[in-house]
Design a protein around this ligand. Structure first.
Ligand code: ZN
Length: 113
């Protein structure tokens, strides 16, 4: 499962931050999940339960923030949300559509003690 390795690195990043802050426990981890990241939220939640065992994040709440896909056309400057990875502008059809949101998968916030 793709999400398992993704979640392992998210937990590692969170633990690293928490340790540097001198924390002994992570209460919650807020993660931004782009709709175009390829990660399935349900699978992330499942993987988190497995990956967080024995870490500072064990028992922490995983808060997932969905980020819709969004892009801008380099030719006609149209901005649009998009539900798939594409380079085709929905307004003018040019192959100049550049995604600027929706592919992220990153730790945004930590609640630690
Ligand atoms: Zn366009």
């Amino acid at each position: 499962m793709h999400e398992l390795s993704l979640t392992q690195s998210l937990v590692a990043i969170a633990e690293d931050h928490a340790r540097r802050a001198g924390a002994t426990v992570i209460r919650s981890i807020t993660v931004e999940v782009g709709e175009l990241s390829g990660a399935v939220p349900e699978a992330l939640e499942f993987a988190f339960d497995v990956c967080s065992k024995g870490t500072l994040a064990e028992g922490a709440a995983l808060i997932l923030r969905r980020v819709p896909g969004h892009g801008r056309c380099g030719l006609c400057a149209a901005e649009a949300e998009c539900g798939e990875l594409t380079a085709v502008c929905p307004a003018c059809g040019a192959l100049a559509f550049e995604l600027d949101a929706g592919r992220e998968l990153r730790v945004m916030e930590l609640e630690i003690d």
